[in-house]
Design a protein around this ligand. Sequence first.
Ligand code: FAD
Length: 189
Amino acid sequence: MANLVRLIYISRSTSEINDTVEFEPGIALILAKSRVNNRQNGLGGVLYFGNGCFFQCLEGPAEKVDALYQKLHQDPRHSDLKMLSRQKIEQPAFAKWDMKYVKLDAQINNFLKARGYEKFDPYAMDDKTTEDLIRFLKLAPPADQEEPADDEPVLLAPKHERMLRFAVTLSMLSLVVSLGALAVALKIL
Ligand code: FAD
């Protein structure tokens, strides 16, 4: 896939969100809309909410990711949007997810403490912690969905597909030749 990017941004919720309850309607609404839209736009990623802050990673075609980031600025449910990074990627880390949602307060706190942070304050995180957090969220169990089945088998590039076809044809030919040789040998004996 050409021109893929990963954009990571943070923001502050403009309303009180109680992230300790099982089902938080504010977040559920964001997720429901995000998943439908993202599926249509070929986008994916992960969302984490803690201590009044959103941390979101968006992956997909550059123009779609950038358009969504512009739209996110208009959304009154959050403010103080800050882009932490935007980079080209070969392979999305969250390819299986329209928008994964992770809710792991104790584990996130341990993760942050191990790196010298007292609480989840993404505005204070350095680049290395941000990258580590993405890896952590990739492995973390999803909060509100089943883990999707593995992706479809990766399609081979046309060049590799031709090579594979050639190898199969060659194997078939050598099998035919061997069987022929065996038949001749049996006749002689
Ligand atoms: P509509 O859903 O019809 O919305 C039209 C307008 O109404 C938009 O300007 C929207 O901001 C506003 N709006 C909608 N619902 C509410 C509400 N409950 N309260 C106040 N204003 C509202 N969208 C995605 O497509 N993908 C994402 O990954 C994604 N992540 C998000 C993460 C966060 C933290 C937040 C706060 C929002 C996120 N959104 C995401 C929503 C995004 O900001 C837009 O609301 C949404 O994309 C608009 O969808 P729509 O074009 O279908 O318009």
